[in-house]
Write a protein that binds this ligand. Structure first.
Ligand SMILES: [Mg+2]
Length: 210
């Protein structure tokens, strides 16, 4: 039986893909670099900024000495965009409040940094429904490594099979699978509805009975 729902953040609860893309490019452009939309969608999306910068240095000639500064600027620009654009969404507030009312425990595991998660969950009015959030600063390895989901499941004192992970990205799905959790794969934030989540929970329950 499912006792907890663990959400990825970007692309699941927050439509932030473009925000991270814009913020990093704004920082990179100061030094004459840029990630194309194609590379973003096929290679970089969903990875932590540090990892993206390592990849840019390996493939292009971005100096490693600039990483910390670019990373700081990127976080600053991300915050600016969040403050301007991150708003509550009815389908998410409704879904999380109903799930909580039905006794399900809720958490978020995201490859984003702690500050970004805190501000996004606050601005989206979802913070109060969550038991806790796990950021890339709370683990040694980000997704696709299963550590983040394993940490969350352990923190709740549950078995992996009692947890449903909602993910939009291949890296996150791999992480959740490796952690042993059930998965609801979504394409976009609008797919994250109370109805879709309950449908998946019932499917899992049927499977357990069969
Ligand atoms: Mg995602």
């Amino acid at each position: 039986m499912i006792k907890a729902v663990i959400f990825d953040m970007d692309g699941v609860l927050i439509e932030a893909k473009d925000w991270h893309y814009e913020a990093l490019n704004r920082a990179l452009r100061l030094f004459g670099y840029e990630i194309s939309r194609y590379d973003h969608l096929t290679t970089f999306d969903g990875l932590p900024t540090k990892k993206k910068l390592q990849m840019l240095s390996a493939v292009y000639d971005l100096p490693v000495a600039l990483h910390d500064f670019i990373n700081e600027l990127k976080q600053l620009y991300t915050m600016e965009i969040i403050f301007a654009q991150c708003k509550p969404r009815f389908n998410h507030e409704y879904a999380l409040s109903r799930l909580r009312a039905e006794g399900l425990r809720l958490a978020v595991c995201s490859n984003s940094v702690r500050d970004t998660i805190d501000v996004m969950m606050e601005k989206a009015a979802l913070k109060d429904y969550l038991e806790f959030t796990v950021s890339n600063q709370d683990v040694t390895k980000p997704k696709p490594d299963p550590e983040m989901y394993a940490v969350a499941i352990q923190k709740m004192g549950l078995m992996p099979a009692e947890c449903l992970v909602v993910e939009d990205h291949e890296n996150g799905i791999r992480a959740a699978k490796a952690a042993g959790a059930h998965i609801l794969a979504v394409r976009e934030t609008t797919d994250v509805t109370y109805g879709n989540i309950m449908k998946r929970i019932h499917e899992i329950a049927q499977g357990d009975l069969a």
